[in-house]
Write a protein that binds this ligand. Structure first.
Ligand code: BJ8
Length: 419
């Protein structure tokens, strides 16, 4: 099916959609293709971006037409393994660009996190083929903004909401295990078929392999010079939420093999001794590359992302010790319960994990990245700064480019401190 026919079959606003894709090209050229000395293996990921709303959407449509579920998510708390185990496909829908703002603000308050406004905008303006190809979406009661927005969103698209506890104690874990079981039953009812222990185990292995490959990529950044830029790693993380997991993992492993050769040859993306920075905070959904580009075009290199589009997603694997369906579900729930999102209270794991990252990656500083109106992360920034062993720059921003020069000035001044 040609692309126009595909998008039209999904009910997209073709004119507005064409304008959106047109704007992506020059941005990608500026942020990505202008980089020097990129690894050859990035060609695959460039090709995925070049056809970002094409080939993968067509694959998902085929899955849907074959009668298998296609499910969209907004948060790394949703145990996607259950969707894959049900024979379906899962796709991350968070959006990193401002669209249809006026229409969104007819429904949602103006002073709301841009990530929430973005996914609303994509739906109201009929711009996201991934959202349209999904049978339904899975939300979660994480931050107040998302959980209240989902109440309204269900008027536009069916949405199943998982209840996420906000404390990390035994009682909360029990609630969470029950919630994961409830989601499994929901998927079983949706497909009309029971999910076997074997299917669950295979899905856990599939997603563990993807996380392992991402971990291998992240560990290669501890070398000086790192063999790959932070921007490229951010992109790979972003694409991991869309792409077919087997193909993605295979391509990423090929890239990692190339990066290992680079490391052995002492080859990197920047001169040795370039200031090394870890970004910590809110997720940067595609195509939100603003801060990563500013940091790296100001003479630093990003060596880690303490974020859900980063190590908060890859750090933990599902640790299977029992092969019964119950045992597998418990292992799955426990893995997700270890996520150190700022919606938890208290949340001492996050500053502790960040400290480990800074040490292991020999970072000289941390840039704390919070989206405007995101209370959990803007407030937790205080603790992150207080507990950090290295200088911290706190940034609060949105998806607009208006503050670009102001941010650049602050980042450059911060990098001077690190040199
Ligand atoms: S596990 S970080 S993906 S909730 S930025 S919408 S928190 S107001 S995205 Fe998140 Fe799951 Fe946590 Fe990760 Fe709310 Fe903050 Fe907006 Fe956020």
């Amino acid at each position: 099916m040609d692309r126009e026919a595909l998008w039209s079959s999904l009910g997209l606003d073709l004119e507005a959609h064409a304008a959106l894709l047109e704007a992506l090209g020059p941005l990608y050229q500026e942020v990505y293709l202008s980089q020097e000395n990129r690894p050859r293996g990035m060609a695959y990921f460039d090709a995925v971006v070049a056809d970002i709303h094409g080939a993968r959407v067509a694959e998902l449509l085929q899955i849907r037409e074959a009668g298998r579920p296609v499910v969209g998510t907004f948060c790394v708390f949703v145990p996607e393994e259950i969707v894959w185990a049900a024979g379906g496909a899962c796709v991350g829908l968070c959006a990193g660009v401002e669209v249809a703002t006026e229409r969104v603000e007819e429904v949602l308050p103006r002073n709301l996190c841009p990530l929430i406004k973005a996914f609303f905008g994509f739906k109201l303006a009929r711009l996201c083929p991934y959202m349209e190809v999904c049978h339904f979406l899975v939300g979660e009661t994480t931050c107040d903004g998302k959980k209240k927005a989902y109440e309204i969103f269900e008027a536009y698209k069916p949405i199943y909401v998982m209840q996420v506890p906000h404390r990390k104690d035994e009682e909360s874990l029990k609630l969470w295990i029950a919630e994961v079981e409830r989601f499994l039953r929901y998927m079983e009812e949706f497909t009309g078929e029971s999910i076997s222990a074997e299917a669950l185990r295979e899905a856990i292995e599939l997603i563990n392999r993807r996380r392992r490959a991402l971990k291998r990529l992240n560990e290669l950044r501890r070398f000086d010079p790192p063999p790959i830029s932070g921007r490229d790693v951010l992109l790979i993380h972003q694409l991991s939420f869309f792409d077919d997991p087997e193909r993605f993992t295979r391509k990423l492993e090929e890239l990692c093999a190339e990066l290992e050769e680079r490391v052995s040859a002492g080859e990197g993306v920047c001169p040795a001794g370039t200031p090394r920075v870890v970004i910590s905070g809110c997720p940067m959904a595609i195509p939100n590359w603003k801060v990563a580009h500013l940091v790296e075009s100001s003479g630093a290199v990003i060596v880690g992302e303490e974020s859900c589009v980063g190590t908060r997603y890859t750090r933990e694997l599902v640790r299977v010790s029992e092969n019964s369906k119950e045992g597998l579900l418990r292992a799955l729930a426990e893995r997700y319960f270890r996520i150190d999102c700022a919606i938890f209270t208290p949340n001492p794991e996050r500053p502790a994990h960040l400290k480990e990252m800074v040490r292991d990656l020999s970072a000289a500083g941390v840039i704390h990245y919070a989206l405007k109106f995101c209370d959990p992360y803007t407030i937790e920034a205080y603790r992150i700064e207080k507990d950090s062993a290295v200088p911290v720059l706190k940034i609060e921003t949105d998806y607009s480019l208006e503050d670009r020069e102001q941010l650049r000035t602050r980042i450059e001044a911060f990098l001077e401190v690190l040199r």
